[in-house]
Design a protein around this ligand. Structure first.
Ligand code: SF4
Length: 325
């Protein structure tokens, strides 16, 4: 597996691949390694925590990893080694694993400062966070973290429906998710949130509730001031071994149809308030049937039109066998 990609020609990529295989043997990684798609091209991956301290029913990557936080000096050692191996051109660092933002504020600051110290062209450090990892930190602590250079956090929202959040074992609710988003905005840490289409299964009433409450939650996350933030939609997949996949096999969960997914997406977009600003919306993850990219709520009509077209003409959709995590 590649842990760092740099945009370039094939030969250069091959060279990087060779170099990275050397880095892999030097740095600490516990397989499997996952990172957000937007960290796929330019980011050096540094393991800060292993696994995730939560166990959501649909979550695949961390189900077999025993959660632990690495010692800060070990993490900094990896940051230094990466500089030796890769030189001074690293521009982004993503802190693994499932919720590295769980770490204490001072530790995150120390790690981020080391990232910038040893990688002089660094532009951003980012990490995954659970809402509770954000809420546990004061506004001042979040500001210190942002000042140290951790300027983006990826937070799983999944749904705005409290009952569904409970069902999937998310250990949070819509109110906490909204507060966490607002705290990030206040600290000027860019929020990148994900929601999951199809999470409520094939029950039409529950699917509608999921769509509408998720839209309402996104509306409530609107920042007070102008600043970029991101919402991405993923579509539920059921890789074997997850708790939800087990329920599916036992007949306790039925996935929503492709048409149902599009109708759910439509209903969610329809309920996005016209007041939502600076929110970059994407459904370009490999799990989705339909790719949308634009700004909420500016591009709302365009999105609705595209969804309607796709409902009329399913050949526009990504085939089932091309979907992936
Ligand atoms: S908090 Fe995120 S990474 Fe952790 S188990 Fe839940 S979905 Fe997976």
């Amino acid at each position: 597996m590649l842990y760092l990609y740099l945009d370039a020609f094939f030969i250069f990529r091959y060279f990087i691949l060779m170099l990275m295989s050397m880095v892999i043997s030097e740095l600490f990684y516990e397989e499997p390694v996952y990172r957000p798609p937007s960290e796929g091209k330019k980011s050096l991956l540094i393991t800060a925590t292993v696994g995730c301290s939560f166990k959501c029913t649909f979550c695949y990557p961390y189900r077999h990893k025993k959660f632990r936080i690495r010692a800060v000096d070990e993490i900094i050692e990896d940051i230094k080694k990466a500089r030796k191996m890769l030189g001074p051109n690293v521009e982004r660092i993503f802190l693994l694993d499932g919720n590295a933002f769980v770490m204490k504020p001072n530790d995150l600051v120390a790690i981020s400062e080391a990232c910038y110290k040893y990688h002089p062209k660094l532009q951003r450090v980012s990490a995954y966070a659970h809402a509770k990892d954000i809420l546990r930190k004061s506004d001042l602590e979040l500001k210190e973290i942002q000042n140290s250079g951790i300027t983006m956090v990826y937070m799983g929202i999944e749904t705005g429906d409290d009952e569904l959040l409970q069902k999937i074992n998310k250990h949070t609710n819509a109110n906490e998710l909204q507060q966490a988003a607002q705290k990030l905005h206040k600290a000027r840490i860019i929020l990148s949130g994900t929601v999951i289409l199809g999470l409520a299964g094939d029950n039409i009433e529950l699917s509608r509730r999921h769509a509408i409450r998720t839209a309402q939650l996104i509306n409530s996350m609107n920042p007070a001031k102008h600043q970029d933030w991101y919402i991405s939609a993923l579509t539920l997949m059921l890789p074997p071994g997850t708790l939800l996949a087990n329920k599916y096999q036992n007949g306790e969960f039925t996935p929503l149809s492709q048409t149902g997914i599009l109708q759910e997406l439509r209903l969610m977009i329809e309920h996005i308030s016209d007041d939502v600003h600076d929110c970059i919306f994407r459904s370009n993850h490999a799990s989705n049937y339909l790719v949308l990219k634009g700004i909420l709520s500016k591009d709302k009509q365009k999105f609705l039109h595209l969804i309607d077209q796709a409902l009329q003409n399913p050949s526009m959709l990504r085939p089932e066998f091309f979907r992936g995590l």
